[in-house]
Design a protein around this ligand. Structure first.
Ligand code: PLP
Length: 467
Protein backbone atom coordinates (compact mmCIF):
# COMPACT_ATOMS: atom_id res chain seq x y z
CA UNK A 1 0.00 0.00 0.00
CA UNK A 2 1.57 3.26 -1.08
CA UNK A 3 1.17 6.41 1.06
CA UNK A 4 -1.39 7.67 -1.44
CA UNK A 5 -3.39 4.46 -1.32
CA UNK A 6 -3.14 4.62 2.44
CA UNK A 7 -4.56 8.14 2.37
CA UNK A 8 -7.47 7.01 0.19
CA UNK A 9 -8.31 3.94 2.29
CA UNK A 10 -7.52 5.75 5.53
CA UNK A 11 -10.21 8.31 4.75
CA UNK A 12 -12.64 5.49 4.00
CA UNK A 13 -11.77 3.71 7.24
CA UNK A 14 -12.15 6.87 9.31
CA UNK A 15 -15.54 7.39 7.64
CA UNK A 16 -16.39 3.79 8.46
CA UNK A 17 -15.55 4.34 12.15
CA UNK A 18 -17.48 7.65 12.23
CA UNK A 19 -20.51 5.91 10.66
CA UNK A 20 -20.19 3.16 13.25
CA UNK A 21 -20.17 5.72 16.06
CA UNK A 22 -23.32 7.32 14.65
CA UNK A 23 -25.10 4.01 14.12
CA UNK A 24 -23.91 1.92 17.02
CA UNK A 25 -27.36 1.94 18.65
CA UNK A 26 -28.88 0.21 15.62
CA UNK A 27 -26.98 -3.04 16.16
CA UNK A 28 -28.13 -5.77 18.57
CA UNK A 29 -25.95 -5.00 21.61
CA UNK A 30 -24.87 -8.60 22.12
CA UNK A 31 -23.73 -10.54 19.10
CA UNK A 32 -26.35 -13.12 18.19
CA UNK A 33 -24.04 -15.58 16.34
CA UNK A 34 -23.56 -19.22 17.33
CA UNK A 35 -20.16 -20.76 18.11
CA UNK A 36 -18.19 -21.39 14.90
CA UNK A 37 -20.44 -19.20 12.72
CA UNK A 38 -17.76 -16.59 12.02
CA UNK A 39 -14.98 -19.08 11.25
CA UNK A 40 -17.25 -21.03 8.93
CA UNK A 41 -17.29 -17.99 6.63
CA UNK A 42 -13.50 -17.61 6.51
CA UNK A 43 -11.37 -19.44 3.90
CA UNK A 44 -9.44 -22.39 5.39
CA UNK A 45 -6.06 -20.96 4.37
CA UNK A 46 -4.53 -17.50 3.98
CA UNK A 47 -4.65 -15.86 0.52
CA UNK A 48 -1.53 -16.52 -1.51
CA UNK A 49 -1.82 -13.24 -3.39
CA UNK A 50 -2.73 -9.88 -1.86
CA UNK A 51 -6.40 -8.93 -2.09
CA UNK A 52 -7.93 -5.55 -2.91
CA UNK A 53 -8.57 -3.46 0.15
CA UNK A 54 -12.24 -2.87 -0.64
CA UNK A 55 -12.80 -6.65 -0.56
CA UNK A 56 -11.30 -6.75 2.92
CA UNK A 57 -13.50 -3.89 4.12
CA UNK A 58 -16.58 -5.54 2.62
CA UNK A 59 -15.85 -8.67 4.65
CA UNK A 60 -15.61 -6.60 7.81
CA UNK A 61 -19.25 -5.63 7.25
CA UNK A 62 -20.35 -9.05 6.02
CA UNK A 63 -18.46 -11.47 8.26
CA UNK A 64 -17.03 -9.62 11.23
CA UNK A 65 -19.78 -7.20 12.23
CA UNK A 66 -22.40 -9.87 13.00
CA UNK A 67 -19.91 -11.36 15.47
CA UNK A 68 -19.34 -8.11 17.35
CA UNK A 69 -20.80 -7.34 20.76
CA UNK A 70 -21.13 -3.59 20.81
CA UNK A 71 -19.19 -2.48 23.86
CA UNK A 72 -19.48 1.12 22.66
CA UNK A 73 -23.27 1.05 22.54
CA UNK A 74 -24.88 3.35 25.10
CA UNK A 75 -27.15 0.37 25.83
CA UNK A 76 -24.17 -1.73 26.97
CA UNK A 77 -24.32 -1.90 30.78
CA UNK A 78 -22.54 -5.25 31.33
CA UNK A 79 -19.34 -6.19 33.20
CA UNK A 80 -17.15 -3.14 33.63
CA UNK A 81 -17.03 -1.09 30.45
CA UNK A 82 -14.21 -0.77 27.97
CA UNK A 83 -15.13 2.63 26.64
CA UNK A 84 -13.40 4.83 24.08
CA UNK A 85 -13.70 8.22 22.43
CA UNK A 86 -12.77 9.98 19.20
CA UNK A 87 -9.58 11.56 20.57
CA UNK A 88 -8.42 8.20 21.92
CA UNK A 89 -8.98 6.40 18.62
CA UNK A 90 -7.09 9.11 16.75
CA UNK A 91 -4.22 8.95 19.26
CA UNK A 92 -4.12 5.19 18.70
CA UNK A 93 -4.01 5.73 14.94
CA UNK A 94 -1.01 8.04 15.18
CA UNK A 95 0.68 5.61 17.56
CA UNK A 96 0.18 2.84 14.99
CA UNK A 97 1.41 5.15 12.23
CA UNK A 98 4.58 5.99 14.10
CA UNK A 99 5.06 2.33 14.97
CA UNK A 100 7.33 3.24 17.84
CA UNK A 101 8.72 0.59 20.14
CA UNK A 102 9.49 2.45 23.35
CA UNK A 103 11.43 -0.13 25.36
CA UNK A 104 14.22 2.37 26.14
CA UNK A 105 14.29 6.14 26.41
CA UNK A 106 16.80 5.99 23.57
CA UNK A 107 14.47 4.07 21.24
CA UNK A 108 12.07 7.04 21.20
CA UNK A 109 12.56 9.73 23.83
CA UNK A 110 9.11 11.26 23.31
CA UNK A 111 7.42 7.94 24.02
CA UNK A 112 9.05 7.78 27.46
CA UNK A 113 8.89 11.45 28.37
CA UNK A 114 5.26 11.93 27.37
CA UNK A 115 4.36 8.85 29.43
CA UNK A 116 6.17 10.14 32.52
CA UNK A 117 4.57 13.52 32.09
CA UNK A 118 1.01 12.23 31.60
CA UNK A 119 1.41 9.90 34.59
CA UNK A 120 2.49 12.91 36.68
CA UNK A 121 -0.49 14.92 35.40
CA UNK A 122 -2.78 12.10 36.48
CA UNK A 123 -1.38 12.14 40.01
CA UNK A 124 -2.65 15.73 40.29
CA UNK A 125 -5.85 15.14 38.33
CA UNK A 126 -6.87 12.20 40.55
CA UNK A 127 -5.59 13.64 43.84
CA UNK A 128 -3.17 10.73 44.27
CA UNK A 129 -0.36 10.75 46.84
CA UNK A 130 2.55 12.95 45.74
CA UNK A 131 4.84 9.99 46.46
CA UNK A 132 3.73 8.49 43.12
CA UNK A 133 5.24 11.37 41.16
CA UNK A 134 8.38 10.94 39.09
CA UNK A 135 10.26 13.67 41.00
CA UNK A 136 10.11 11.52 44.17
CA UNK A 137 11.30 7.96 44.84
CA UNK A 138 8.13 6.73 43.11
CA UNK A 139 6.70 7.00 39.64
CA UNK A 140 4.15 5.74 37.16
CA UNK A 141 4.15 3.57 34.09
CA UNK A 142 1.48 2.55 31.60
CA UNK A 143 0.84 -1.18 31.49
CA UNK A 144 -1.44 -3.12 29.18
CA UNK A 145 -3.88 -4.24 31.88
CA UNK A 146 -4.59 -4.25 35.61
CA UNK A 147 -3.63 -7.94 35.54
CA UNK A 148 -0.09 -7.05 34.46
CA UNK A 149 0.07 -4.30 37.08
CA UNK A 150 -0.82 -6.61 39.95
CA UNK A 151 1.64 -9.20 38.63
CA UNK A 152 4.44 -6.62 38.74
CA UNK A 153 3.39 -5.66 42.26
CA UNK A 154 3.47 -9.29 43.44
CA UNK A 155 6.87 -9.83 41.83
CA UNK A 156 8.34 -6.76 43.54
CA UNK A 157 6.77 -7.76 46.87
CA UNK A 158 8.21 -11.25 46.49
CA UNK A 159 11.69 -9.96 45.76
CA UNK A 160 11.63 -7.45 48.61
CA UNK A 161 10.51 -10.17 51.03
CA UNK A 162 13.31 -12.46 49.81
CA UNK A 163 15.97 -9.83 50.22
CA UNK A 164 16.26 -9.61 46.41
CA UNK A 165 17.41 -13.22 46.09
CA UNK A 166 14.27 -14.84 44.61
CA UNK A 167 15.15 -13.94 41.03
CA UNK A 168 18.51 -15.65 41.46
CA UNK A 169 17.81 -18.58 43.75
CA UNK A 170 14.13 -19.29 43.12
CA UNK A 171 11.42 -19.39 45.76
CA UNK A 172 11.35 -21.19 49.08
CA UNK A 173 7.61 -21.91 49.06
CA UNK A 174 6.87 -20.08 52.31
CA UNK A 175 5.67 -16.73 50.92
CA UNK A 176 2.00 -15.90 51.44
CA UNK A 177 -0.33 -13.26 50.00
CA UNK A 178 -3.72 -11.85 51.01
CA UNK A 179 -6.73 -10.37 49.32
CA UNK A 180 -10.48 -10.34 49.92
CA UNK A 181 -12.96 -12.93 48.71
CA UNK A 182 -14.29 -10.17 46.42
CA UNK A 183 -10.96 -9.30 44.75
CA UNK A 184 -10.61 -9.71 41.01
CA UNK A 185 -9.30 -13.08 39.78
CA UNK A 186 -6.24 -11.29 38.37
CA UNK A 187 -4.81 -11.22 41.92
CA UNK A 188 -4.91 -14.99 42.14
CA UNK A 189 -3.49 -15.31 38.65
CA UNK A 190 -0.61 -12.99 39.59
CA UNK A 191 0.11 -15.04 42.70
CA UNK A 192 0.21 -18.18 40.56
CA UNK A 193 2.39 -16.69 37.84
CA UNK A 194 4.79 -15.24 40.41
CA UNK A 195 5.29 -18.74 41.77
CA UNK A 196 3.72 -18.23 45.20
CA UNK A 197 0.92 -20.66 44.36
CA UNK A 198 -2.84 -20.26 44.84
CA UNK A 199 -2.65 -22.30 48.05
CA UNK A 200 -0.57 -19.51 49.56
CA UNK A 201 -3.16 -16.84 48.77
CA UNK A 202 -5.55 -16.23 51.65
CA UNK A 203 -8.99 -14.97 50.67
CA UNK A 204 -9.99 -12.70 53.53
CA UNK A 205 -13.61 -12.52 54.63
CA UNK A 206 -15.62 -9.38 53.87
CA UNK A 207 -18.19 -7.42 55.90
CA UNK A 208 -21.84 -6.93 54.98
CA UNK A 209 -20.80 -4.25 52.47
CA UNK A 210 -18.41 -6.69 50.75
CA UNK A 211 -15.31 -4.84 52.00
CA UNK A 212 -12.28 -6.68 53.37
CA UNK A 213 -12.27 -7.14 57.17
CA UNK A 214 -8.96 -5.85 58.57
CA UNK A 215 -9.37 -7.96 61.73
CA UNK A 216 -9.56 -11.12 59.61
CA UNK A 217 -6.55 -10.00 57.61
CA UNK A 218 -4.54 -9.51 60.81
CA UNK A 219 -5.62 -12.92 62.10
CA UNK A 220 -4.62 -14.65 58.86
CA UNK A 221 -1.20 -12.98 58.82
CA UNK A 222 -0.61 -13.87 62.48
CA UNK A 223 -1.60 -17.50 61.88
CA UNK A 224 0.76 -17.75 58.92
CA UNK A 225 3.66 -16.23 60.84
CA UNK A 226 3.00 -18.64 63.70
CA UNK A 227 3.16 -21.49 61.17
CA UNK A 228 6.58 -20.31 59.98
CA UNK A 229 5.33 -18.82 56.72
CA UNK A 230 6.42 -15.45 55.26
CA UNK A 231 3.55 -13.03 54.55
CA UNK A 232 4.64 -10.54 51.86
CA UNK A 233 1.74 -9.10 49.83
CA UNK A 234 -1.75 -7.68 50.27
CA UNK A 235 -4.06 -6.58 47.44
CA UNK A 236 -6.90 -4.27 48.45
CA UNK A 237 -9.60 -3.08 46.07
CA UNK A 238 -11.37 0.23 45.62
CA UNK A 239 -14.40 -0.78 43.57
CA UNK A 240 -14.61 -4.57 43.43
CA UNK A 241 -15.77 -6.16 40.21
CA UNK A 242 -18.90 -7.74 41.65
CA UNK A 243 -20.26 -4.72 43.52
CA UNK A 244 -17.76 -1.77 43.64
CA UNK A 245 -17.08 -2.46 47.33
CA UNK A 246 -14.30 -0.40 48.86
CA UNK A 247 -11.79 -2.04 51.18
CA UNK A 248 -10.82 0.08 54.22
CA UNK A 249 -7.44 1.35 53.05
CA UNK A 250 -6.43 3.26 56.20
CA UNK A 251 -6.67 0.20 58.48
CA UNK A 252 -5.26 -2.20 55.90
CA UNK A 253 -2.49 0.26 54.99
CA UNK A 254 -1.41 0.86 58.59
CA UNK A 255 -1.34 -2.88 59.22
CA UNK A 256 0.77 -3.51 56.09
CA UNK A 257 3.23 -0.83 57.17
CA UNK A 258 3.57 -2.32 60.66
CA UNK A 259 4.06 -5.79 59.24
CA UNK A 260 6.32 -4.83 56.33
CA UNK A 261 3.83 -6.17 53.75
CA UNK A 262 3.60 -4.76 50.23
CA UNK A 263 0.17 -3.18 49.74
CA UNK A 264 -1.18 -3.00 46.20
CA UNK A 265 -4.44 -1.15 45.60
CA UNK A 266 -6.54 -2.14 42.58
CA UNK A 267 -9.07 0.48 41.45
CA UNK A 268 -9.37 -0.74 37.87
CA UNK A 269 -12.75 0.90 37.27
CA UNK A 270 -13.26 3.17 40.28
CA UNK A 271 -9.93 4.96 39.90
CA UNK A 272 -11.50 7.28 37.34
CA UNK A 273 -13.85 8.61 40.04
CA UNK A 274 -10.82 10.28 41.64
CA UNK A 275 -11.15 12.94 38.94
CA UNK A 276 -13.97 14.41 41.05
CA UNK A 277 -13.00 15.70 44.51
CA UNK A 278 -16.34 14.57 45.95
CA UNK A 279 -15.41 10.90 45.33
CA UNK A 280 -11.85 11.08 46.66
CA UNK A 281 -12.90 9.93 50.12
CA UNK A 282 -13.03 6.44 48.57
CA UNK A 283 -9.25 6.59 48.23
CA UNK A 284 -8.38 7.79 51.74
CA UNK A 285 -5.40 5.79 52.94
CA UNK A 286 -3.89 5.35 49.47
CA UNK A 287 -0.78 7.14 50.73
CA UNK A 288 -0.04 3.93 52.65
CA UNK A 289 0.06 1.82 49.48
CA UNK A 290 3.23 0.59 47.80
CA UNK A 291 1.50 0.41 44.44
CA UNK A 292 -1.73 1.44 42.78
CA UNK A 293 -3.43 0.75 39.46
CA UNK A 294 -6.47 1.95 37.54
CA UNK A 295 -7.62 1.44 33.97
CA UNK A 296 -8.34 4.44 31.75
CA UNK A 297 -9.45 1.70 29.34
CA UNK A 298 -12.43 1.03 31.54
CA UNK A 299 -14.06 4.33 32.41
CA UNK A 300 -11.77 7.11 31.16
CA UNK A 301 -12.69 7.13 27.46
CA UNK A 302 -9.35 5.65 26.39
CA UNK A 303 -9.60 2.59 24.21
CA UNK A 304 -8.21 -0.75 25.37
CA UNK A 305 -5.45 -1.26 26.38
CA UNK A 306 -4.28 1.26 28.94
CA UNK A 307 -3.62 0.66 32.63
CA UNK A 308 -1.90 3.24 34.82
CA UNK A 309 0.36 1.75 37.50
CA UNK A 310 2.22 3.73 40.15
CA UNK A 311 4.73 2.68 42.78
CA UNK A 312 5.91 4.61 45.81
CA UNK A 313 9.43 3.16 45.50
CA UNK A 314 10.41 2.63 41.89
CA UNK A 315 13.77 1.15 42.91
CA UNK A 316 11.98 -1.98 44.19
CA UNK A 317 10.19 -2.46 40.90
CA UNK A 318 13.26 -1.83 38.78
CA UNK A 319 15.46 -4.04 40.92
CA UNK A 320 12.93 -6.83 40.43
CA UNK A 321 12.41 -6.49 36.68
CA UNK A 322 15.61 -5.04 35.25
CA UNK A 323 17.86 -7.19 33.09
CA UNK A 324 20.39 -5.65 30.72
CA UNK A 325 21.77 -7.61 27.77
CA UNK A 326 24.66 -6.12 25.78
CA UNK A 327 22.49 -5.26 22.77
CA UNK A 328 20.39 -2.84 24.81
CA UNK A 329 23.30 -0.93 26.34
CA UNK A 330 23.38 2.76 25.42
CA UNK A 331 24.81 6.04 26.66
CA UNK A 332 21.51 7.51 27.85
CA UNK A 333 20.81 4.49 30.07
CA UNK A 334 24.33 4.54 31.44
CA UNK A 335 24.09 8.26 32.23
CA UNK A 336 21.32 7.45 34.76
CA UNK A 337 19.45 10.54 33.55
CA UNK A 338 16.60 8.73 31.80
CA UNK A 339 13.78 6.30 32.51
CA UNK A 340 13.82 3.01 30.61
CA UNK A 341 10.31 1.65 31.00
CA UNK A 342 11.36 -1.84 29.89
CA UNK A 343 12.50 -2.21 33.53
CA UNK A 344 9.01 -1.45 34.86
CA UNK A 345 7.09 -4.43 33.54
CA UNK A 346 7.48 -8.02 32.36
CA UNK A 347 7.75 -7.59 28.60
CA UNK A 348 10.54 -5.75 26.84
CA UNK A 349 8.75 -4.05 23.94
CA UNK A 350 6.09 -1.46 24.54
CA UNK A 351 3.53 0.54 22.60
CA UNK A 352 3.20 4.32 22.62
CA UNK A 353 0.05 4.27 24.76
CA UNK A 354 0.66 7.66 26.36
CA UNK A 355 -0.30 9.34 23.10
CA UNK A 356 -3.96 8.33 23.24
CA UNK A 357 -4.14 9.19 26.93
CA UNK A 358 -2.65 12.60 26.21
CA UNK A 359 -5.17 13.14 23.41
CA UNK A 360 -8.05 12.22 25.72
CA UNK A 361 -6.91 14.44 28.59
CA UNK A 362 -6.25 17.42 26.33
CA UNK A 363 -9.44 17.04 24.30
CA UNK A 364 -11.84 16.56 27.20
CA UNK A 365 -9.92 18.70 29.69
CA UNK A 366 -10.24 17.86 33.38
CA UNK A 367 -13.66 19.50 33.51
CA UNK A 368 -14.94 17.55 30.52
CA UNK A 369 -13.85 14.28 32.12
CA UNK A 370 -15.40 15.24 35.46
CA UNK A 371 -18.67 16.09 33.76
CA UNK A 372 -18.92 12.61 32.23
CA UNK A 373 -18.07 10.86 35.50
CA UNK A 374 -20.60 12.91 37.47
CA UNK A 375 -23.28 12.23 34.89
CA UNK A 376 -22.67 8.48 34.97
CA UNK A 377 -22.75 8.33 38.75
CA UNK A 378 -25.92 10.43 38.89
CA UNK A 379 -27.65 8.19 36.32
CA UNK A 380 -26.65 5.05 38.24
CA UNK A 381 -27.96 6.58 41.46
CA UNK A 382 -31.22 7.45 39.76
CA UNK A 383 -31.50 3.87 38.50
CA UNK A 384 -30.84 2.57 42.05
CA UNK A 385 -33.71 4.76 43.24
CA UNK A 386 -36.06 3.26 40.63
CA UNK A 387 -35.08 -0.25 41.76
CA UNK A 388 -35.81 0.66 45.36
CA UNK A 389 -39.16 2.07 44.36
CA UNK A 390 -40.36 -1.19 42.77
CA UNK A 391 -41.33 -3.79 45.34
CA UNK A 392 -40.55 -6.69 42.96
CA UNK A 393 -36.85 -5.77 43.11
CA UNK A 394 -34.19 -5.13 45.73
CA UNK A 395 -30.71 -3.63 45.76
CA UNK A 396 -28.13 -6.33 46.44
CA UNK A 397 -25.25 -4.09 47.57
CA UNK A 398 -24.45 -0.45 48.24
CA UNK A 399 -23.89 1.52 45.02
CA UNK A 400 -21.18 4.08 45.82
CA UNK A 401 -20.51 4.92 42.16
CA UNK A 402 -21.85 3.88 38.77
CA UNK A 403 -22.58 0.16 39.27
CA UNK A 404 -25.95 -0.97 40.55
CA UNK A 405 -26.33 -4.54 41.80
CA UNK A 406 -29.94 -5.59 42.07
CA UNK A 407 -32.16 -8.60 41.87
CA UNK A 408 -35.75 -9.67 41.42
CA UNK A 409 -37.12 -10.98 44.68
CA UNK A 410 -38.28 -14.15 42.89
CA UNK A 411 -34.98 -16.02 43.42
CA UNK A 412 -32.03 -17.21 41.34
CA UNK A 413 -33.99 -18.91 38.59
CA UNK A 414 -36.19 -15.85 38.05
CA UNK A 415 -33.13 -13.61 37.81
CA UNK A 416 -31.36 -15.97 35.43
CA UNK A 417 -34.38 -16.02 33.15
CA UNK A 418 -34.76 -12.27 33.38
CA UNK A 419 -31.15 -11.76 32.34
CA UNK A 420 -31.43 -14.15 29.41
CA UNK A 421 -34.70 -12.62 28.26
CA UNK A 422 -33.29 -9.10 28.39
CA UNK A 423 -29.99 -9.86 26.66
CA UNK A 424 -31.68 -11.89 23.91
CA UNK A 425 -33.65 -8.80 22.84
CA UNK A 426 -30.42 -7.23 21.57
CA UNK A 427 -31.67 -3.91 22.92
CA UNK A 428 -29.40 -3.83 25.97
CA UNK A 429 -26.71 -5.87 27.64
CA UNK A 430 -26.47 -6.55 31.38
CA UNK A 431 -24.28 -9.03 33.26
CA UNK A 432 -24.51 -10.89 36.55
CA UNK A 433 -22.58 -11.93 39.62
CA UNK A 434 -23.23 -13.77 42.85
CA UNK A 435 -23.41 -11.86 46.13
CA UNK A 436 -23.90 -13.83 49.33
CA UNK A 437 -24.45 -16.83 47.09
CA UNK A 438 -27.41 -15.20 45.34
CA UNK A 439 -27.74 -14.48 41.62
CA UNK A 440 -27.45 -10.72 41.17
CA UNK A 441 -27.89 -8.51 38.10
CA UNK A 442 -25.35 -5.77 37.42
CA UNK A 443 -25.96 -2.54 35.54
CA UNK A 444 -22.93 -0.29 35.09
CA UNK A 445 -23.43 3.20 33.63
CA UNK A 446 -20.17 4.16 31.98
CA UNK A 447 -20.55 4.38 28.24
CA UNK A 448 -19.00 7.48 26.74
CA UNK A 449 -22.27 8.58 25.15
CA UNK A 450 -24.85 7.15 27.53
CA UNK A 451 -27.78 9.47 28.22
CA UNK A 452 -30.66 9.38 30.67
CA UNK A 453 -32.95 8.01 27.94
CA UNK A 454 -30.81 4.85 27.63
CA UNK A 455 -30.89 4.12 31.36
CA UNK A 456 -34.60 4.89 31.48
CA UNK A 457 -35.27 2.55 28.54
CA UNK A 458 -33.21 -0.17 30.25
CA UNK A 459 -35.27 0.14 33.41
CA UNK A 460 -38.53 0.00 31.42
CA UNK A 461 -37.35 -3.16 29.66
CA UNK A 462 -36.34 -4.71 32.98
CA UNK A 463 -39.74 -3.92 34.48
CA UNK A 464 -41.60 -5.27 31.46
CA UNK A 465 -39.49 -8.43 31.27
CA UNK A 466 -40.17 -9.04 34.97
CA UNK A 467 -43.90 -9.22 34.09
N1 PLP B 1 -9.40 -5.46 38.81
C1 PLP B 1 -10.71 -5.19 38.80
C2 PLP B 1 -11.35 -4.60 40.03
C3 PLP B 1 -11.47 -5.45 37.65
O1 PLP B 1 -12.79 -5.22 37.66
C4 PLP B 1 -10.82 -5.99 36.51
C5 PLP B 1 -11.59 -6.26 35.28
O2 PLP B 1 -12.78 -6.04 35.19
C6 PLP B 1 -9.45 -6.24 36.58
C7 PLP B 1 -8.78 -5.97 37.74
C8 PLP B 1 -8.71 -6.82 35.41
O3 PLP B 1 -8.61 -5.88 34.41
P1 PLP B 1 -7.65 -6.06 33.14
O4 PLP B 1 -8.52 -6.63 32.06
O5 PLP B 1 -7.16 -4.69 32.85
O6 PLP B 1 -6.55 -6.98 33.53
Amino acid sequence: MTPNEFRQWGHKVVDWVADYMEQVERYPVMSQVKPGEIRAQLPPSAPVKGEPFDAILRDVDRIIMPGITHWQSPNFFAYFPSNNSGPSILGELISAGLGVQGMLWATSPACTELETHVMDWLVDMLGLPASFKSNTAGGGVIQDTASSAVLCAVLAARERAMDWKGNLDGLDGRLTAYTSTQAHSSVEKAVRVAGLGSRNLRLIEVDEQFAMRPDRLAAAVAADRAAGLRPCFVAATVGTTSSTAVDPLPEIGRFCREQGLWLHVDAALAGTAGLCPEFRHLFTGLELADSYAFNPHKWMFTNFDCDCFWVADRASLIRTLSILPEYLRNKATESGAVIDYRDWHVQLGRRFRALKLWFVIRSFGVEGLQEKVRKHVALAQEFAGWVQGDERFELAAPAPLNLVCFRHRGGDEANQQLLERLNSTGRLCLSHTKLNGKMTLRLCVAQTNVERRHVEAAWKMIQEAAG
